[in-house]
Design a protein around this ligand. Structure first.
Ligand SMILES: Cc1cc2nc3c(=O)[nH]c(=O)nc-3n(C[C@H](O)[C@H](O)[C@H](O)COP(=O)(O)OP(=O)(O)OC[C@H]3O[C@@H](n4cnc5c(N)ncnc54)[C@H](O)[C@@H]3O)c2cc1C
Length: 464
């Protein structure tokens, strides 16, 4: 039996009225998908195969007018709304049960101005599409490491990647955004227009409206960069992890160093350090020498690669549709005690699990905390266990392992967390993501979304 969910927490057994469907069909230029349509089973799916929600309608917007229509449609009926771009949110917050999914993933127009070094990009672009368009002019701005992720969710929550230590977060390079607010207005936000909204969307997530277009600052990057990973056997992992922390803490801004405890298909466990030098290949060769000369690696895969290859190097590990769970926290250092604990716990991790360190710091840490909502600028690593599996019967084992490891690592964390790596973890964790910036976000929420229309996100609750 079809159900409808309302923003006041009511759920009734009823399908969307035929008159409502007819009204949408008349006004939306994009595509509409309802539960009886053949495309529905695919349309309701997101990247994480664990997410199994059944919306009453999915509205694939073709343009900003469609977004305005969709917002007005859902608001005037008090329906629950989810907003979707790349669909990569780990908790699947971009799809809802019995409400309306407003999907911008088909809005993919992008204009690059190579002279001013700017890009004007619609919210439906994936990172891979954005990187390809900007790299065709030898330009780029900070984007994450998985090509299939949406620029929208990533930028709105902060956005870190290989360029972050040199040029700041994705949100730090956002110069303007066009946003449909809860009352159905299409606003422009920049340093001179709706400045409080512009501040709020640079890290405050999907709380303030639906962004239709982002404008970014770009930088000359590549096309060829020294990059790749060095792999150490588990017996050598303790030393390699110590070396990683020492090398990462003194790295220049141009060098981005991620790392992970990984298991190969053979079942063998390794510690892997992935490096990328944003600068000339010769200088990259010199800067990466200590890494390549350290210890006795099982494998050295460092080479000259194109920026586009680097950006999608990990894609095969994270295909759509598998089951995923992760839980993240920021760290400032990797102590010997933390290393001992990680090696002990990872030795018995279920197959397919990883523990990831994404290095931050550099330029990210020099931007004043009050400049944007993104607060945890003093962290050096985002550390998180990731479980990946396929069979629902294994959910408990995989989720349990990741949660236990996260709990055990808590004493080594700053207490802060990256909003884009939060699951459904509650208000305290949302506050931990925004720290001293939280009250200012509440003020922006009071002004732009006082009824909390946009609530399926890392929610900033209005306080009116
Ligand atoms: C495999 C993988 C790799 C990742 N790597 C990185 C990384 O390297 N760096 C990094 O910073 N993050 C990374 N992330 C995290 C990523 O930033 C978040 O999952 C982000 O939310 C994904 O954005 P999306 O548009 O794909 O998600 P969606 O699931 O579509 O959206 C997530 C949320 O963003 C909001 N939202 C989406 N579109 C809009 C819009 N147009 N207007 C307003 N709100 C909107 C909504 O609240 C929605 O619930 C990664 C995630 C995955 C799954």
């Amino acid at each position: 039996m079809a159900t409808l969910s309302f923003a006041d927490d009511r759920t009734i057994k009823q399908a969307l009225p035929v008159s409502d469907i007819a009204e949408l069909r008349q006004t939306i230029r994009g595509e509409l998908v309802f539960p009886d349509d053949p495309g529905y089973p695919r349309a309701r799916r997101v990247w994480n195969g664990m997410v199994d929600r059944r919306p009453a309608a999915l509205i694939y917007c073709a343009n900003p007018d469609d977004v305005v229509t969709a917002v007005n449609f859902a608001r005037t009926r008090n329906l629950v709304v989810a907003v979707r771009a790349g669909g990569h949110n780990v908790a699947g917050l971009s799809v809802c049960d019995a409400g309306v999914v407003i999907d911008v993933s088909r809005m993919k127009h992008i204009e690059v101005d190579p002279v001013r070094r700017t890009a004007r990009a619609q919210a439906g672009l994936s990172l891979g599409e954005f990187d390809a368009a900007t790299q065709s002019y030898g330009l780029a701005t900070t984007m994450g490491v998985n090509a299939d992720t949406g620029i929208a969710g990533l930028t709105l929550g902060g956005g870190f990647g290989k360029l972050g230590r040199k040029y700041g977060l994705s949100c730090d390079n956002l110069t303007a955004a066009e946003i449909v607010t809860a009352d159905g207005r299409l606003l422009r936000a920049s340093a001179t227009e709706n400045v409080d909204l512009f501040w709020a969307v640079r890290g405050g997530g999907g709380n303030f409206g639906i962004v239709t277009t982002f404008e970014y600052r770009l930088f000359p990057v590549g096309p060829l960069l020294m990059s790749g990973s060095v792999l150490y056997g588990y017996d050598d992992a303790r030393g390699a992890m110590r070396f990683y922390h020492a090398f990462a803490s003194t790295a220049p801004d141009e060098l981005s160093l991620d790392a992970a405890l990984v298991t190969e298909p053979s079942g063998e466990r390794f510690f892997s350090i992935s490096a990328c030098y944003i600068g000339s290949p010769d200088e990259g060769e010199r800067i990466l020498r200590p890494l390549r000369e350290y210890g006795t690696p099982a494998e050295d895969r460092i080479a000259l690669n194109s920026y586009l290859q680097i950006q999608s190097a990990g894609d095969s590990i994270f295909p759509r549709g598998r089951r995923y769970y992760w839980k993240a926290q920021f760290m400032r250092e990797i102590t010997d005690d933390a290393i001992d604990l990680l090696l002990l716990r990872y030795a018995t991790a279920p197959t397919g699990s990883l523990v990831v360190f994404q290095q931050v710091g550099g330029a990210i840490s020099r931007i004043p905390v009050a400049d944007t909502p993104y607060a945890n600028r003093d962290a050096l690593y985002d550390c998180f266990p990731i479980s990946i599996w396929d069979d629902a019967a294994d959910d408990e084992a995989h989720i349990g392992w990741a949660r236990d490891l996260w709990d055990a690592m808590r004493p080594f964390s700053t207490g802060g967390v990256y909003a884009n790596n939060l699951g459904e973890e509650g208000t305290d964790r949302v506050q931990a993501a925004y720290g001293e910036n939280y009250p200012r976000l509440v003020a922006a929420k009071n002004k732009y979304d006082p009824n909390n229309f946009f609530r399926l996100n890392q929610n900033i609750r209005p306080a009116l």
